[in-house]
Design a protein around this ligand. Sequence first.
Ligand SMILES: Cc1cc2nc3c(=O)[nH]c(=O)nc-3n(C[C@H](O)[C@H](O)[C@H](O)COP(=O)(O)OP(=O)(O)OC[C@H]3O[C@@H](n4cnc5c(N)ncnc54)[C@H](O)[C@@H]3O)c2cc1C
Length: 352
Amino acid sequence: MTETQALPEAIETECVVIGAGPSGLFAVFELGLLGMKCHVVDSLQHPGGQCAELYPDKPIYDIPALPVCGAQELVDRLMEQIRPFAAGFHLGQEVTGLVRRDDGHFELTTAKGTRFSAGAVIIAAGLGSFQPRRLSVEGAEALEGRQVHYRVARAEQYRGKDLLIGGGGDSALDWVLEFAGKARSVTLVHRREEFRAQPASVARMKELVAAGHVRHLSGQVGALRIVGGVLTGATVNCLDGSAVEVDCDHVFAFFGLHPKLGPIADWGLELEKKALKVDTEKFQTSVPGIFAVGDINTYPGKKKLILSGFHEAALAAFGVQAYVYPGKRQFLQYTTTSPIMQQRLGVSGTGG
Ligand SMILES: Cc1cc2nc3c(=O)[nH]c(=O)nc-3n(C[C@H](O)[C@H](O)[C@H](O)COP(=O)(O)OP(=O)(O)OC[C@H]3O[C@@H](n4cnc5c(N)ncnc54)[C@H](O)[C@@H]3O)c2cc1C
């Protein structure tokens, strides 16, 4: 950035919630009930954390009052529940910077350059932010972003190129189908015979292979051919023991995502075994005004369960309120009987 370019203006808010997993989403609800506005940031492109990313189709049996609830269904229900509070969502961006100012406010920055000035922060970062599993062959790291990719930005630039796409899930298959006929060649490499992607996508891919528009190899990329710093091809070690040379300009690896603690470890917060130490009164970290709920925190007796995150979010919201409005008296109100809460929920007058 040059000196003349101004930084984007910071979004002012009472609270930033880092992480849109179940704990972060419920924190939005509890803050909203107390009349506080917030913004939510998540490195994933969608809300739901582990539920949405790791096991969306699995049934959950230990959510109170819901004998069985699909993991994605739980996320959808939480999103519906927080809708009245109109939180700002900033998805697909990792919070990289968190600094406490001398006046007790917080400055946050994301990898995409979004900035926040917040009265308080709730970290609901689970096991960390989800990162792509990387191609572990020599030379891949140096080519990342140029010829080795973990996501597709501006698909148009790959028209007429030789592409190697690795993976067996929906991302890999979707891009194979997208690039077939547009790229000069598309080679799909998957380490198993079976695919995790939608059956319809797999069937379409097999049609394209049969028609000679896509090449499919069962195996793994064993080496990259790099000439003068430029990727020119790759060696695929096939399941049948053969090694196949594939000419390619770009390698895309869609091997799924895994959570990594990431920048949170650098924010000066007290950690214990990669988790943030909190009190159990308001789930505040070692820095006043920064709270941590859900899988990211630790305290004596901590259990990494969704319902623990819900309880912690409720108490952290009261903690945020006390921090942001120190003089304000706090009341425990019931949603069944509190007119102000019902007004915030947009259900005024329906309670009888
Ligand atoms: C297969 C499986 C089955 C499970 N079954 C159950 C069950 O039956 N019952 C149960 O109670 N629990 C279950 N769990 C555990 C449950 O999913 C977790 O306890 C729950 O997801 C924790 O929610 P969370 O909101 O704290 O964190 P997460 O769900 O991990 O969400 C955290 C979010 O924070 C984001 N994030 C992290 N760092 C940053 C950053 N720096 N910037 C931006 N975003 C960031 C991440 O991308 C992520 O989306 C299961 C877990 C797995 C893996």
